[in-house]
Design a protein around this ligand. Structure first.
Ligand code: NDP
Ligand code: MG
Length: 386
């Protein structure tokens, strides 16, 4: 039977690659829902090609544009953030691929878990913001959260068939575009330089997160919640070739790793077809052409954001939510050339230092803290910009 997929963030990097995977296996999947934020041209084009049951445009002002463009087709059109969380619960949806960016992914993830849908999660911010809430909801509700992030997919693949506890998780990191840039030069790097990732072609936000290594920090937090391990059991290793996608170490000292060329279609396909594997037409890794794989420790003095993730996990409560909100504002401000690259970690540090203490935050707490931290971070950006 075909699996029916809702792709949240269909017009983005992960969304488009998911459609490419589905196009290679039309007999396995059906596209049930497609969503975009503002890129209505691509959303309409995708909807005409795939004829989903429903589409959502998150920006409500664009509802009529999409509605009119699809008026001759039997496709339901919805708009707004609320519709994003509702559409995942449609009875025709088997798997929700959450490829939204930032906190916009949180409510749809929660709604999908509550509706007992399988969630293929690319939106790591869901777990960074509210990992504790997601974990307790999963315990209550059951359900399945399948990783799409390449490192977490690697770990998930290494854990297949294992029943013994994990001793350590080793997340690999490419190191981003500034791996070899002297720390003193980071204050003058431009958004276009920061967007040039050496190994992956990704959306703007995650590309900047990779350049600051906040992305790797977020992945440490994502691993903590996905695999229920202590932060001290998660180590980061810089591996510039991005061939070893991550490793798991067991109590007997055995290490398992998952390798392959850097291509997000592999982890996307694995999440959509789990527990099976589907053939993919992507390139194969050739050991003889790539004789050298290197590994070294990250420079946490230069990339302070990595340390902030461990700090936020230790602080617990709403610290992850605080870190994420500050980071979303900082990344946007850097992309708009309002702040220097090195102001990103400075702003995160400032917001974390003022983090509220809430022992067992509810969804309402997370949403309120998100708004408050955004306001503070925006004020701080405005003050430094004027
Ligand atoms: P993109 O920026 O390329 O795409 C984001 C998608 O979400 C687009 O469809 C966009 O719509 C939509 N969107 C953006 N903001 C909102 C909003 N406020 N409300 C509703 N929809 C919104 O991101 P990526 O595909 O690169 O990343 C998606 C997620 O996957 C992120 O969490 C990222 O960290 C994670 N990830 C990405 C990887 C990659 O290789 N790209 C690798 C591993 C993880 P529109 O096009 O209309 O703006
Ligand atoms: Mg990753």
């Amino acid at each position: 039977m075909k699996k029916r997929i809702a792709i949240l963030g269909a017009t983005g990097s992960i969304g488009a690659q998911a459609l490419d995977v589905i196009a290679q296996h039309p007999h396995c999947f059906e596209v049930e829902v497609l969503t975009a934020h503002r890129n209505v041209d691509l959303l309409v084009q995708q909807a005409r090609q795939w004829e989903p049951n429903a589409v959502v445009v998150a920006d409500e002002d664009l509802y009529l544009t999409v509605k009119q463009a699809l008026s001759r087709l039997p496709i339901k059109v919805f708009a707004g953030a609320k519709a994003l969380a509702e559409v995942v619960t449609l009875p025709g949806v088997d798997i929700v691929l959450n490829a939204l960016v930032g906190i916009s992914g949180l409510l749809p993830t929660l709604a999908a878990i509550k509706a007992h849908k399988t969630v293929a999660l690319a939106n790591k911010e869901t777990l960074v913001v509210a990992g504790s809430l997601i974990q307790s909801l999963m315990l209550q509700n059951g359900g399945r959260l399948l990783p799409v992030d390449s490192e977490h997919s690697a770990i998930f693949q290494c854990l297949a068939g294992e029943i013994s506890p994990v001793e350590k998780i080793i997340l690999t990191a490419s190191g981003g575009p500034f791996l070899h840039t002297p720390a003193a030069e980071l204050s003058t790097v431009s958004p276009s330089q920061a967007l040039q990732h050496p190994q992956w072609n990704m959306g703007a936000k995650v590309s900047i997160d990779s350049a600051t290594m906040m992305n790797k920090g977020f992945e440490v937090m994502e691993a903590r919640w996905l695999f229920d391990v202590a932060p001290a059991q998660i180590e980061v290793l810089v591996h510039p070739q991005s061939v070893v996608h991550s490793l798991v170490q067991f109590a007997d000292g055995s290490l398992k790793a998952q390798l392959g060329v850097p291509d997000m279609r592999l982890p996307i396909a694995y999440a959509l077809s789990f527990p099976e594997r589907l053939p993919l037409n992507s390139a194969r890794f050739d050991f003889l052409q790539n004789g050298q794989l290197s590994f070294f420790a990250p420079d946490v003095q230069k990339f302070r954001c990595l340390q902030f993730a461990y700090d936020a996990l230790r602080m617990g409560g709403v610290a992850g939510c605080t870190l994420n909100a500050a980071n979303e504002v900082a990344v946007q401000a850097f992309l708009e050339q309002k702040i220097a690259f090195t102001r990103i970690p400075a702003l995160l540090e400032q917001c974390l230092a003022h983090c509220e203490t809430i022992a067992q935050p509810t969804l309402q707490d997370f949403l309120e803290v998100d708004s408050k931290v955004r306001r503070e971070a925006q004020e701080s950006v405005a003050a430094s910009h004027s």
